[in-house]
Design a protein around this ligand. Structure first.
Ligand code: FAD
Length: 475
C-alpha cells in the first residue's frame, strides 16, 4: 500500500548520517524523502554538538592565549566577555550551515518532511507533522535517528541548574562554580569552554583516567594543564546524591581520588551531566518494521549497514560506536550507494581501517587505529616511536611544547598500526596517520616524505625517523 507520499528511499533523521545519505541517494537518481523532527537540518552535530562546541572552543582558546602570553612579554587586560554577543555569534554559524543544508536539499529535490516519524510496518513510516499525521511508504529506508544525552537515574533533573551538553551550549550564563559529571570528550570540551569564560570548574570521573578510551600517556599533558586551571579533578569517584538548595546544588561523592579520602560534599551553581550518549533505537517504532534493537538502544547492522530487515539500513550513532559525525557521514554515503547500486553493490561494505577520535580540549588529543592499551590486550607485536614536542622548534615557538606524537608500528612489516597525538592542533595532524594506515604506509614511507619545516606535522615525520633509527637532527 502506498502512503500519502511514496519514496524510493526514506531517511529517518537529518543529522550528518541522514543528510549525507539523502543527498547521495538523490544524486544517484533516487526519489528521496528526509524526515526530521526539528525545524533545521543538521542533527546533533550542527545544531547542538560538533559545530557550536567548536565555536565556543575557539573563543576559549583566544581567551586562554591572551592570558598566557605574559611569558612572552605580551600583556593583555583580562578579556571582557559579552555573553549575548558571543551566543549570537555562535547562533549565526549554526544558522549559516543549516540554511546551507536546506538549500542543498532543495537543489537535489530531496523532500523534507518535518515531524517525528515512527514505523507502522516494514514499508511504512507515519510522521506526526505540524499539520497532522502523514504516511510515507518506501522501497528502502535508512534509519539515522541518532542519539540523545544519557542520564544517571535518581537525580533531580527538574531543577534547571542541572543540564546536559545541549543546555551547556546554550550559554545562558557563566556559573561561578560548576561541576561536570563525566570526564569524557564532551565533558572536557565543555569544561575547557567554561573554565576559559571564568567558571571555577570541577570534573568527576568514575574511571581512573580522563577520556578512558585513549592511552594514558596522551592524557597526561592535558591532565597536568587542567589540574592547574580547574578547581578539582576527581578520578575513581562518583556522585551519589544531588540536593537542590537555594544557594546551589549540594553534591555528595563516593570514591577515593588519587588514594586520598572521599571528597567532602560541595555546593555548585550548575552541574553538567556528560555521562555519554544513548542511541534513539527505542523511540522509532522499530518493532512494527520487525527491526531488531539491542538492550542499549542500538540497531545491529552487518558490514553493509543492513539491519535484520534487508531493505532497512541503519547508520550513525544509532548503529553503534564510535558515535562520531565522520563515521555517520561515511556510512551514509555507503548505504546510499549500496541502495542505488542494486546488484552491482553486492560486494560494497564498510571497510574503514581506522576512524580517528579527537578531543578538542586544550591541548587537543587525537588518536586512530590501534591504541597501545588495545594492542597489549590483543597481544599484537608492536613497536612504538614517540617524539616529544619539547624537541620541536615549532612547538617551542608556540610556547606549547607539552605535546607528544606517538606511532605504533608492526614489528615485522614496519607498517603503521596506530597513532596518538596530544598537543595544539592534534586533531588536524592525525589525518596524515589515518591516510598512512589506509594506504598501508611503512615507517620508511613517512620518513622519506618531505614535510615542511618548521611545522607540527614534522613531529609525525620525526617519530617515523625514530622508528627507523634514522633521525639525524631535531628542531
Ligand atoms: P544525529 O546527529 O543525532 O541526528 C539524528 C537526527 O534524527 C536528529 O536531528 C533528530 O532530531 C532526528 N530524529 C531522531 N528521531 C527521530 C524521529 N523519530 N523522527 C524524526 N526525526 C528524528 N562528533 C564528532 O565527530 N566531532 C565532534 O567534534 C563532536 N562534538 C560533539 C559535541 C557534542 C556536545 C555532542 C553532543 C556530540 C558531538 N559529536 C561530535 C557527536 C556527533 O554529534 C554525532 O556523532 C553525530 O551527530 C551523529 O550523527 P547521526 O546522523 O547519527 O545522528
Amino acid at each position: 500500500p502506498h502512503g500519502d507520499i511514496h519514496a524510493d528511499v526514506v531517511v529517518l533523521g537529518a543529522g550528518p548520517g541522514g543528510y549525507t545519505a539523502a543527498f547521495r541517494a538523490a544524486d544517484l537518481g533516487k526519489k528521496v524523502v528526509l524526515i526530521e523532527r526539528y525545524a533545521t537540518l543538521g542533527g546533533v552535530c550542527l545544531n547542538v554538538g560538533c559545530i557550536p562546541s567548536k565555536a565556543l572552543l575557539h573563543v576559549a582558546k583566544v581567551i586562554t592565549e591572551a592570558e598566557e602570553t605574559a611569558r612572552q612579554g605580551i600583556v593583555f587586560d583580562k578579556p571582557g566577555i559579552e555573553i549575548d554577543k558571543l551566543r549570537g555569534w555562535k547562533e549565526t554559524i549554526i544558522g549559516k550551515l543549516t540554511k546551507g543544508l536546506s538549500g542543498l536539499a532543495k537543489q537535489r529535490k530531496v523532500q523534507t518532511v518535518r515531524g517525528t516519524g515512527k514505523f507502522t510496518s516494514p514499508h511504512m513510516i507515519e510522521v506526526e507533522t505540524p499539520d497532522g499525521p502523514k504516511t510515507i511508504s518506501f522501497d528502502h529506508c535508512i534509519i539515522a535517528a541518532g542519539s540523545s544525552a544519557a542520564r544517571i537515574a535518581g537525580f533531580p533533573y527538574e531543577d534547571s541548574r542541572i543540564f546536559d551538553s545541549t543546555g551547556a551550549l546554550k550559554l545562558e550564563d557563566i556559573p561561578q562554580r560548576m561541576l561536570i559529571i563525566g570526564g569524557g570528550i564532551i565533558g572536557l570540551e565543555m569544561a575547557t569552554v567554561y573554565d576559559a569564560l571564568g567558571s571555577k570548574v570541577s570534573v568527576v570521573e568514575w574511571m581512573d583516567q580522563l577520556i578512558p578510551g585513549a592511552d594514558a600517556d596522551l592524557i597526561k599533558p592535558l591532565h597536568k594543564r587542567i589540574q592547574k586551571r580547574y578547581e578539582a579533578i576527581y578520578l575513581k569517584t562518583k556522585v551519589t546524591a544531588i540536593e537542590p538548595r537555594e544557594d546551589g546544588l549540594r553534591v555528595t561523592f563516593e570514591g577515593k581520588s588519587d588514594g586520598a579520602s572521599t571528597p567532602e560534599p560541595q555546593v555548585y551553581d550548575r552541574i553538567l551531566m556528560a555521562v555519554g550518549r544513548r542511541p534513539n533505537g527505542r523511540d522509532i517504532g522499530a518493532e512494527h518494521a520487525g527491526v531488531d534493537v539491542d538492550e542499549r538502544g542500538f540497531i545491529p547492522v552487518n558490514k553493509q549497514l543492513r539491519t535484520n530487515v534487508p531493505h532497512i539500513f541503519a547508520i550513525g550513532d544509532i548503529a553503534g560506536e564510535p558515535m562520531l559525525a565522520h563515521k555517520a557521514t561515511h556510512e551514509g554515503k555507503l548505504t546510499a550507494e549500496i541502495i542505488a547500486g542494486g546488484d552491482h553493490a553486492e560486494k560494497a561494505a564498510f571497510d574503514a581501517r581506522a576512524i580517528p577520535s579527537v578531543a578538542y580540549t586544550d591541548p587537543e588529543i587525537a588518536w586512530m587505529g590501534l591504541t597501545e592499551t588495545e594492542a597489549n590486550k590483543q597481544g599484537v607485536e608492536y613497536e612504538k616511536a614517540v617524539f616529544p614536542w619539547a624537541a620541536s622548534g615549532r612547538a617551542l615557538a608556540m610556547a606549547r611544547e607539552e605535546g607528544m606524537t606517538k606511532l605504533l608500528l608492526d614489528k615485522k612489516t614496519r607498517r603503521i598500526l596506530g597513532a596518538g597525538i596530544v598537543g595544539v592542533n592534534a586533531g588536524e595532524l592525525i589525518s596524515e596517520t589515518v591516510l598512512g594506515l589506509e594506504m598501508g604506509a611503512e615507517m620508511e614511507d613517512i620518513g622519506l616524505t618531505i614535510h615542511p619545516h618548521p611545522t607540527l606535522s614534522e613531529t609525525i615525520f620525526f617519530a617515523a625517523e625514530i622508528a627507523e633509527g634514522s633521525i639525524t637532527d631535531l628542531y
